[in-house]
Design a protein around this ligand. Structure first.
Ligand SMILES: [Zn+2]
Length: 268
């Protein structure tokens, strides 16, 4: 390589580009042929499914979240206490964000959808999940200025190849016209939240997010809706909301596909 002349190098580079282009076309064609040959499988029970991603049986077992729920946290109530009532959690430990909404409870089928999108390259699931989110979040999306997906740490983003929150945000943008801005950066590598206690989760993500200087204009004084796939303890979206508010966002709400609900709560 060292004695390679300047004249031959561009040719070799061109040849390599040509090879990789041929490889790309071949792979794409192969994938297209596979798509035609194989029916879509239900992400939960693996039965072939005619429509999108989830079969009718698994769909019927999904728990969609609808009012009555806590006006702030969106936690479902066992009965309707009237408009605006809050849950015990919202009063005892109010989060940095204003309101949270979720499409479904994080149960069997919802878990399969989240895992399919996140780990199994089932990008075909994003449209259906994003559309349910747009519906569940209508109230907070109505006067929203910008959608901000929760970012992955670059190393995790690389290994999973894409950010599932970003994919969901793009679908919601298409549904509602509210633009996506990748305004948050993860500045501290964090552990997986799975298996950590509530206080460990909060400590793990504390100071993990920031708004880079050049992104501040996109959120300053704006009503931001944070987008994520799952809300468990709320520690991640709380840390994100703090970073956004510190960068002078006007208001931060949260919209997720699924949330953990321990049981139906009575309002206080
Ligand atoms: Zn199924």
């Amino acid at each position: 390589m060292e004695c390679e002349t300047i004249a031959t190098r561009p040719l070799r580079v061109k040849f390599r580009h040509l090879l990789s282009a041929v490889r790309h076309v071949t792979l794409t064609a192969g994938r297209l042929a596979l798509d035609v040959a194989l029916p879509t499988l239900c992400v939960s029970c693996r039965e072939p499914v005619a429509g999108e991603g989830v079969c009718a049986n698994c769909w019927s077992r999904m728990s969609f979240i609808a009012p009555p729920y806590c006006a702030r946290l969106g936690i479902p109530f066992a009965y309707d206490p009237g408009p605006g009532l809050l849950s015990m959690e919202a009063i005892a430990a109010p989060p940095a964000y204003q309101r949270a909404r979720a499409a479904v409870r994080y149960e069997e089928t919802a878990k399969a959808l989240v895992h399919g999108l996140k780990y199994q390259d089932r990008t075909d699931l994003a449209p259906i999940m994003g559309r349910w989110m747009a519906r569940a979040g209508q109230e907070i999306l109505d006067d929203a200025d910008v959608l901000v997906p929760v970012p992955l740490h670059w190393r995790r983003g690389w290994s999973r190849r894409f950010n599932q929150s970003g994919a969901l945000a793009k679908i919601i943008e298409k549904q509602t016209g509210v633009p996506v801005a990748g305004a948050l950066r993860r500045v501290k590598p964090t552990l997986q939240q799975v298996g950590l206690s509530k206080s460990e989760r909060a400590r793990n993500v504390q100071g993990a997010f920031t708004v880079p200087h050049e992104k501040r204009a996109a959120i300053e004084g704006r009503h931001v809706v944070l987008i994520d796939d799952v809300l468990t303890s709320g520690a991640t979206v709380d840390a994100c909301a703090r970073a956004l508010l510190q960068a002078r966002a006007g208001q931060v709400d949260v919209l997720v596909f699924a949330r953990v609900v321990e049981s139906f709560k009575s309002p206080i």
